[in-house]
Design a protein around this ligand. Structure first.
Ligand code: NDP
Length: 291
């Protein structure tokens, strides 16, 4: 039976580190500021944003949400982003996805100052990540949180064979880059990967990371014995139950360690968002923080 990787517990430890860092900043007169822009009234987004605000408050980050109706124009949101880019009190800006159809998410992501790009979606930050540039720059919080989890669990990455399923800019692509940077051999699978190929790749992988939104895409019989499984998917079944992209009951019989859904990757994403916010504040004020 696999070890269950407790994302909630690891996120709690990370939040304690972040809280200690906000206290260091506070002593120097700096309170990290996070602004979330929420456009429209998608109920799931409203819950995510509220959770982000609450979690931010608890660690001493000053978070506020700016709401726009679904009828808002791209021009007015761009003008707001420009004002926030100039605002000294604001260290981190994010625009909650999904955005209404009249918005081009690429335009919005590129408008946020790279120095305040807490989601790591600005093309400059993505380019630095893929080019493995030195120095500090923000990286997407879900894959970064997964790296923290893997480190916490003592999972060796260098020289390992790792399969990432899903290639979104939110998860799969930056996950690929972070793992490659950690000297793993990484395969990136997607919708066009034939299912037989996917299963073959999974059977050879030491670590399998799945972020597709497809229920039961990976089963226990697809895995190599002792593989580490990170399930990013969040899917709500007809009966209201939340499940991932991996069939937990069969996979946990074969894997050496596996993340549950809920309680795995999800809590790490929010804690990492706060970590990145505080780091950006440190960067803006040229303050080096203890880890
Ligand atoms: P997207 O819909 O943006 O991307 C899904 C990816 O999965 C695409 O690259 C797609 O391929 C690929 N895919 C779809 N079907 C298959 C298939 N049958 N076989 C192989 N690959 C497939 O989703 P996100 O990356 O934003 O999110 C993925 C999942 O992770 C969702 O369930 C989401 O809710 C969850 N999530 C969870 C987070 C957390 O904190 N726990 C954070 C972010 C997301 P292609 O590119 O070819 O279309």
């Amino acid at each position: 039976m696999a070890k269950i990787i407790d994302g909630k517990a690891i996120a709690k430890k990370l939040r304690a580190v972040v809280k200690a860092q906000t206290e260091q900043l506070k002593q120097k007169g700096v309170i990290p500021g996070l602004v979330v822009i929420l456009i429209g009234n998608d109920p799931a987004s409203e819950i995510y944003v509220r959770n982000k605000e609450r979690a931010a408050e608890k660690v001493g980050v000053n978070a506020r949400t700016i709401k726009y109706p679904a009828s808002a124009t791209e021009a007015e949101v761009l003008a707001k982003i420009e004002a926030l880019n100039q605002d000294e009190q604001v260290d981190a800006i994010l625009v909650q996805s999904p955005m209404p159809a009249q918005f081009n998410s690429e335009v919005i992501q590129a408008a946020i100052s790279p120095a305040k790009d807490v989601d790591g979606f600005h093309p400059l930050n993505i380019g630095k990540l893929f080019a493995n540039r030195s120095g500090y720059y923000p990286v997407a919080n879900t894959p970064r949180g997964i790296m923290t989890m893997l480190k916490h669990e003592g999972v060796a990455l260098a020289g390992k064979n790792i399969l990432v399923v899903g290639r979104s800019i939110l998860v799969g692509r930056p996950m690929f880059a972070l793992l490659e940077r950690a000297n793993a051999t990484v395969t990136l699978a997607h919708r066009y990967t034939p299912i037989d190929t996917l299963k073959l790749l999974a059977q050879q992988a030491d670590v399998v990371i799945v972020a597709t939104g497809v229920v039961n895409l990976i089963q226990g019989s697809d895995l190599k014995a002792g593989a580490v499984v990170i399930d990013v998917g969040i899917n709500r079944l007809a009966d209201g139950k939340l499940v991932g992209d991996v069939d937990f009951s069969s996979a946990s019989q074969v894997a050496s360690a596996i993340t549950p859904v809920p309680g795995g990757v999800g809590p790490m994403t929010i804690a990492t968002l706060l970590q990145t916010t505080v780091e950006l504040a440190g960067q803006h004020h040229d303050i080096e923080m203890e880890q």
